[in-house]
Design a protein around this ligand. Structure first.
Ligand code: TYD
Ligand code: MG
Length: 489
């Protein structure tokens, strides 16, 4: 009989060691090792679920077969009731798949899934397992959301099919439970087409000694749920929490297990919420869905560019770019403020764009346009609280900075697209066609883009004046109509 042993389990990647370290030797996370005492023999083998899995499908010897001969089943996707969620999922929920939805507390994960569950319950059987809130709390929220949907009915922007049925007729089943065993039993008894588990960290497997939310618990609970989901073709939506560092708790462990990982993010001070796919076995990643948190639930934003466009009045130091999120172009306004510094080293602050990126663009402008920007403070902000990571925003940042420095206003209706090289050259960017189409759709009439795009004909068809430039100086002259390098400092 083996002695119980003490192991240390990393709460970030699940790696195990016999010795305590301040830093996980496998993933490098600090202070993530937690002591766990477990009998050396693996008691988990004796789980009843595993046993009845074996009973349900008696093991037959499997032989390999030619891939061409493998029978195909058409992928039947289930609409989630929300076009924005479907887009991120790659066209809807796939039966038997596991989807993990992560996000900060209070961002609206429960709200999104409850709304979507309610919408789906009009077409198929849906079980909502609430492990965090009581049945009463969920019911209260559900009633509030149903009223919100009633109000939205008829209002512009309401989506067909998203409206939950009359509350009395709802087919949504609710279970407020944290015990994994009871949740599994209910899933087996009900055999729903879709089940929501809110949240995976709050579920608890009585056979494990560790606390709910620990890596061992999360892994066991998710694995048991995955087995049952595959067996009865139930699509599972799991809510996952984000740790202080912004990681999904037990991220590696869960990410391998599930078919798709979605993150729900947003600014605490803004009402819009962005839904992204980080991993998706059934669709493209980096797709973006946009929602707005209202008093009575989340509403879809089908035209997000309008959200990220600032005021109608053009002012000095603003420039408009077209960022691309997945296959989704977003027209976004940037604002820069350049003012004489009163510090020994000037201040550089950027909201929504990496500060390093800003430093680099300022250095390029200083070197290639001869602007003495190192004597000026520079602040940069992206409207609407959006994070723009793409280098395609570089030219827009440069134009906003130069416009603020020279107190110039860019001609209205101009968008700027292009990456800046360190040598001052303008580099081509991907998906230029999509970006130009979006700009034209929103009524922009001029686009400054890198040379050699080959899109002159497309632009002419879109009624868009295409200004191609090889370098940053040339691009800024084209955009501003004056040479920013004249009249130095
Ligand atoms: P919730 O879905 O509980 O967040 P999560 O499950 O991600 O922790 O959302 C809670 C927040 O959303 C809360 O701060 C209040 C806000 N909210 C609204 O503004 N309107 C609504 O209709 C609902 C249901 C919530
Ligand atoms: Mg919640």
């Amino acid at each position: 009989m083996a002695r119980p042993t003490t192991t240390y389990v990393c709460q970030s990647c699940g790696a195990q060691t016999r010795q305590f370290f301040g830093r996980c030797s496998s993933c490098g996370a600090w202070n993530s090792l937690v002591e766990q005492t477990a009998p050396a023999s693996d008691t988990r083998r004796r789980r009843p679920v595993a046993a009845d899995t074996a009973a349900a499908s008696p093991r037959q010897p499997r032989r390999s077969e030619p891939i061409a001969a493998v029978g195909e089943r058409p992928l039947q996707r289930l609409g989630s009731g929300y076009a924005e969620l479907d887009r991120v999922l790659g066209g809807g929920l796939v039966p038997g798949s596991l989807v993990l939805l992560g996000g900060d507390p209070g961002i609206g994960k429960s709200t999104l899934l409850l709304q979507s569950a309610e919408a789906m319950a009009t077409r198929c059987s849906v079980l909502y397992v609430s492990a965090e809130e009581s049945a009463q709390q969920v019911k209260l929220r559900w009633r509030r959301l149903a009223e919100g949907a009633d109000e939205a009915e008829g209002a512009a922007g309401a989506v067909a099919g998203a409206r939950p049925g009359a509350p009395e007729l709802s087919g949504l089943q609710l279970l407020a439970e944290t015990d994994l065993e009871l949740v599994l039993q209910e899933l087996e008894a009900l055999r729903p087409a879709v089940a929501v588990i809110d949240s995976i960290q709050a579920l608890h497997d009585g056979e494990l000694s560790s606390a709910p939310g620990s890596v061992a618990q999360v892994r066991e609970c998710a694995a048991a749920l995955a087995r049952i989901a595959k067996r009865q073709d139930t699509a599972l939506l799991l809510v996952g929490h984000v740790t202080k560092e912004g990681m999904l708790a037990g991220p590696k462990v869960l990410e391998h297990l599930v078919d798709a990982v979605l993150t729900f993010e947003g600014d605490r001070f803004a009402s819009h919420r962005l839904l992204r796919a980080v991993k998706n076995r059934f669709g493209a990643t980096h797709e973006l869905g946009v929602f707005e948190m209202r008093g009575r639930g989340l509403a879809e934003v089908s035209n997000p560019s309008e959200l990220f466009l600032g005021s109608e009045e053009p002012s000095a130091g603003t420039a408009t770019i077209v960022a691309c999120e997945g296959t989704r172009p977003l027209v976004v306004e940037l604002q820069a403020l350049v003012s004489t510094t009163s510090y020994a080293s000037p201040r550089r602050t950027a909201t929504g764009i990496g500060t390093n990126r800003l430093h680099q663009i300022l250095a390029v402008l200083e070197k290639h346009l001869g602007l003495p920007l190192s004597r000026f403070d520079c602040y940069l902000a992206v409207a609407g609280g959006l994070e723009v990571e793409e280098p395609a925003a570089d030219l827009g940042v440069a134009a906003a900075v130069v416009a603020s420095y020279r107190d110039l206003t860019l001609p209205p209706g101009t968008v700027l697209i292009g990456e800046l090289g360190l040598g001052g050259q303008l580099r081509p960017v991907g998906q230029l066609e999509l970006r130009l189409q979006e700009a034209a759709r929103l009524g922009f009439s001029r686009a400054v883009v890198p040379k050699g795009s080959g899109l002159a004909r497309l632009a002419a068809g879109l009624d868009l004046q295409l200004l191609e430039a090889g370098g940053v100086a040339e691009a800024l002259v084209a955009a501003l109509g004056v040479n920013p390098a004249d009249d130095r400092g």
